[in-house]
Design a protein around this ligand. Structure first.
Ligand code: NAD
Length: 470
């Protein structure tokens, strides 16, 4: 099938490369000429596992890059819109990029085409995209607008696209649904998975994935509801972690007891410094705005957002209670990306915490395996960006773990101990066991678990708001 994907960012680029890998001929369109030049010359503009392999496999064969949206759309049966939908100041989704793409697509419809929303958009957007295209004089029967929300996670985006839990197709006509069913057939019928060169199957993947056909409105709502539910799970366990800290209980044990209930499940029950990234914060605000417009006051979402913001404040209080005063303290920071496996720093809790600690007068040396250059654009020279974990720890009053990169959970602890001025680790991602860290000589604070200290040190008691520095 000939497919155009408009927008070559985290979603469009991955979707385009994966659609090429399952056998389609794909044109990736972007308005950013620098990005196009980089992609054409073989660069991979984002850090994403398996993406370099896929781009190399398909570049200049069944994957091309173009700045000419209309020409690409004219030659395609399916046109994906995968441009950004950032928040407005009022928290609604800014759909101006989607609208401008829809207008351009309208000029290219010269036979039956399906225009697919891949961007995360509020319910009714498909209705508006259709209206815009019709306003340009396009005949109603010559196109359909579908919603095919994307559930990939940055860091595992390629595997998530090719081994999804489910594929949701929102289509309001059988013709449109059949075309998209045929497009996903290599996944849904399983032929992709028997190929020798298929991207390796993740452990938990169920193949083949189900394809769920809904109305376009339901599909649009599924994406917002799914993200809101996941964010709620994170805020819920963070709230439980706060109670654990007050009573010296262990949230890890609580999670095990709660998450083994199959109705709840263990995933997304990881307490930490709160959710971030380019999706949850903006999608929650957009969903709340959609609900408000529909006359429903979705106050549960207000609380999810409030708990999430509070989680960062609690972490700063934790640093303060570990170090007493902050001005002039040297902190090592591990992790700047909003989560492990990606270089994306959009709405990263790590970046926001670094900025707060700088305002408090701390000096910071930070290391991130992939997000260094993107972080430099935001932090400029305010932070020393170093080449590895041990350089970040050197001479530090405390080390802060802010992103759950795999390599941060396998540190050489004796080397770390030698590098630091004081062996204090404040772990916002619960990567270590408190007992183990104490046995290695560290005073260790984490989220929702009792603080731990070596035997010869005064025992650190509760974690946040502890007036007693012992
Ligand atoms: P992004 O900012 O990384 O990419 C958007 C791309 O669109 C950019 O390269 C930009 O140059 C391009 N673009 C903007 N206007 C254009 C135009 N008129 N013509 C051609 N190209 C244009 O954004 P992203 O993270 O890929 O997200 C895209 C959408 O997918 C958003 O709605 C987001 O909510 C949704 N989404 C993102 C994720 C994720 O993990 N990043 C996951 C699921 C869904």
């Amino acid at each position: 099938m000939r497919i155009t994907v408009v927008g070559s960012g985290y979603v469009g680029l991955v979707a385009g490369a994966c659609l090429a890998d399952i056998g389609h001929v794909v044109i990736l369109v972007d308005s950013d000429q620098k990005k196009l030049a980089a992609l054409r010359s073989g660069e991979v503009p984002i850090h994403e596992k398996f993406l370099p392999e896929l781009l190399q496999r398909h570049r200049d064969r069944n994957l091309k890059f173009s700045g000419d949206l209309q020409a690409a759309a004219r030659s395609s049966e399916v046109i994906f819109i995968a441009v950004g939908t950032p928040p407005t100041e009022q928290g609604e989704a800014d759909l101006s990029y989607v609208e401008s793409v829809a207008r351009e697509i309208a000029g290219a419809i010269d036979g039956y085409k399906v225009v697919v929303e891949k961007s995360t958009v509020p319910v009714y957007t498909s209705h508006w995209v259709r209206k815009i295209i019709l306003r340009h004089g396009v005949k109603p029967g010559s196109f359909d607008v579908a919603s095919n929300p994307e559930f990939l996670r940055e860091g595992t985006a390629v595997a998530d696209f090719l081994y999804p839990d489910r594929i949701v197709v929102g289509a309001d006509s059988e013709r449109c649904a059949s075309l998209l069913r045929a497009m996903y057939a290599p996944l849904v019928e399983g032929s992709y998975y028997s190929r020798a060169d298929a991207i390796p199957r993740p452990d938990a993947a169920h193949i083949p994935p189900p394809l769920i056909v809904t109305s376009t409105k339901s599909a649009e709502l599924i994406k917002h509801a799914a993200n809101a539910f996941l964010a709620m799970k994170i805020s819920f366990i963070n709230a439980v972690a706060s109670i654990c800290e007050s009573v010296n209980a262990d949230v890890k044990q609580v999670c095990e007891g709660v998450g083994t209930d199959r109705r709840i499940g263990p995933r997304f029950l990881n307490p930490g410094i709160g959710y971030g990234g380019s999706c949850f914060p903006k999608d929650l605000m957009a969903f709340r705005a959609v609900a408000r417009e529909c006359g429903y006051d979705f106050r549960l979402l207000d609380e999810v957002i409030r708990i999430n913001e509070d989680q960062r404040n609690r972490f700063v209080r934790k640093v303060r209670s570990a170090l007493w005063t902050l001005r002039g303290k040297r902190l090592g920071v591990l992790g700047l990306a909003f989560k492990g496996g990606t270089d994306d720093i959009r709405e990263s809790p790590a970046i926001s915490l670094v900025q707060t600690l700088l305002q408090e007068g701390c000096q910071i040396a930070a290391y991130d395996p992939a997000a260094r250059e993107r972080a430099r654009e935001v932090l400029n020279d305010s932070v020393e960006l170093v080449d590895n974990c041990y350089d970040a720890a050197r001479g530090a009053d405390a080390l802060l773990l802010l992103t759950d990169w795999e390599e941060f959970s396998a540190l050489d602890l004796s080397r770390l101990y030698r590098e630091m001025k004081y062996p204090i680790v404040i772990d916002g991602r619960n990567l270590y066991s408190p007992e183990h860290m104490a046995a290695q000589g560290f005073t260790y604070y984490s989220v929702g678990r009792p603080a731990a200290a070596p035997e010869n040190q005064p025992a650190a008691r509760s974690q946040v708001g502890d007036a007693d520095p012992s």
